[in-house]
Write a protein that binds this ligand. Structure first.
Ligand code: FAD
Length: 430
């Protein structure tokens, strides 16, 4: 009999809760990863750096496991079908995994649990990707928090009263010892290699230590660039939070935002389609496709917006300050539905995370959990003046700035500001 440990968004061998307990409690543990066609088939661009990144991490994990005498089973297909096949192929004792809180993941796991249960097999799941998972931080009435500040206060209080520790090395002796298995290649799944660089998997202590002073300036190397590693679990959140707690409160606060948005999504799965504040679904977006195209390509004539979009298109990354500016510009200046921008980011961002992306977009559009009034519209020029005064960031991405090749502003700022406020006001007064 074997026990499966099912990797999903926790692609590391060290400090991996589910893997640790599988190896502590069971014998013959065989690790598994499924390239899920339900997700992959929806990706239009087959040169996807995230798929490539996952693949490379799996090859690395597989080779480490092979050094220990085991291997990694890598499957490609729909999870339910894969499990049915695995049940035929192996005599399975139990399945261990780490919990995933996204709506699709919860539905998938429920289906797999049913398939396993029919055969009398248990699915054991563990908390791993968060310090506190949805339901652990609740307000005085036992309900979820709708605003961030009290959530973060409660989070910090609980953190300081809980011993959050990283795990020691697992009991590798309980791995299932087998010959190496062949891994599927990117090409066999219809994907291609890209030339996009993945930021290193290191929590740079210097950056984190000075984070509160540097994080708002896109021309500086002042943020950790760990988004993709948190997304796929190539680093452990417990380890990172320990570093953050000892070095920089502001940085820790950002990690709490991550948990806040995951909690919001878990309690409000409807936000994927709709505004967190339902009244805001009434906004009559202009949704002009030419304007949207200009925004996507970085040709709006607003340098800070265009620099951000060009950075995103070229690297799969955009600085947080600039994400806020481009998102505000799309929703307020151009009156384009935040869901269009959200979907574009989802395609392009290496660190795409459904909960944070949705939260960030709804924040910018003023439709989300934030108490900020909708009539605050970011002024791209004053954002530039504050955060990229010397135009270093902008010039890096717009070499033709100041020449006739650079487009004229797509819309006048003052006009757009008044139009946005009027549109929101009318929609909300209905
Ligand atoms: P750092 O500034 O070094 O922060 C460290 C980590 O904290 C991040 O990697 C991230 O996991 C977390 N974090 C930081 N800020 C936030 C935040 N505001 N909300 C939630 N978590 C945060 N973040 C994503 O991880 N995925 C997304 O898809 C995403 N989409 C966004 C869309 C919009 C419109 C906006 C305004 C923000 C979005 N963010 C998203 C939040 C933030 O911009 C990124 O987390 C950050 O820029 C990633 O760079 P970094 O790794 O250097 O982060």
């Amino acid at each position: 009999k074997i026990t499966l440990f099912w990797f999903r968004r926790d692609l590391r061998l060290e400090d991996n809760t589910g893997l640790f307990y599988a190896l502590q409690q069971e014998k013959n543990v065989l690790p598994l990863f499924i390239f899920d066609r339900t997700i992959l088939d929806k990706l239009e661009d087959k040169a996807d750096a995230r798929v490539e990144f996952i693949h490379s991490q799996l090859i690395e994990i597989k080779s480490q496991l092979e050094k220990k005498g085991s291997t990694l089973l890598i499957k490609y297909g729909k999870p339910e079908e894969i499990y049915v096949a695995l049940l035929n192929e192996y005599d399975i004792q139990a399945v261990y995994t780490n919990r995933d809180y996204e709506p699709y993941a919860k539905e998938r796991d429920a289906k797999i649990e049913t398939i396993l249960k029919e055969k009398g097999i248990s699915l054991f799941s563990f908390k791993d990707q968060l310090i506190f998972e949805p339901g652990e931080i609740l307000n005085g009435s036992g309900d979820f928090y709708k605003v961030f500040t009290p959530f973060s206060r409660n989070w910090l209080d609980k953190y300081h009263h809980t011993k959050v520790q990283t795990l020691e090395a697992p009991n590798w002796k309980n791995l299932h010892f087998v010959d190496s298995l062949k891994a599927i290649s990117l090409k066999e799944m219809g994907f291609e290699e890209t030339n996009i660089q993945i930021p290193p998997k290191v929590a740079d202590q210097d950056i984190i230590r000075h984070y509160d002073k540097t994080r708002n300036y896109p021309a500086q190397n002042g943020t950790s660039r760990l988004g993709i590693h948190l997304r796929f679990g190539t680093i452990s959140i417990r380890k990172l939070v320990q570093i953050a707690a000892s070095l920089n409160e502001t940085y820790l606060n950002e990690l709490i935002w991550r948990e806040f948005y995951m909690m919001i999504l878990a309690y409000n799965p409807q936000v994927v389609e709709r505004a967190f504040k339902p009244a805001y679904d009434q906004i009559p977006w202009r949704n002009n496709t030419e304007d949207f195209q200009a925004w996507c390509e970085g040709n709006t004539g607003y340098p800070i917006v265009d620099a951000g979009m060009r950075e995103l298109n070229a690297t799969g990354y955009m600085h947080n300050r600039v994400r806020m500016v481009v998102a505000s510009f799309l929703t307020k200046h151009l009156l384009i539905d935040w869901k269009w921008g959200e979907a574009y980011f989802a395609k392009k961002l290496l660190d795409f995370e459904l909960a944070s992306n949705n939260g960030g977009w709804q924040w910018a559009a003023g439709t989300g959990t934030d108490a900020q009034p909708y009539f605050r519209v970011f002024n791209p020029d004053s954002q530039t003046e504050k955060f990229d005064k010397e135009l270093k960031y902008i010039k890096k991405w717009i070499p033709e700035l100041g020449t006739s090749k650079y487009p004229k502003p797509i819309v006048d700022h003052k006009f757009a500001r008044v139009r946005a406020i009027e549109t929101y006001k009318q929609a909300l007064n209905q």
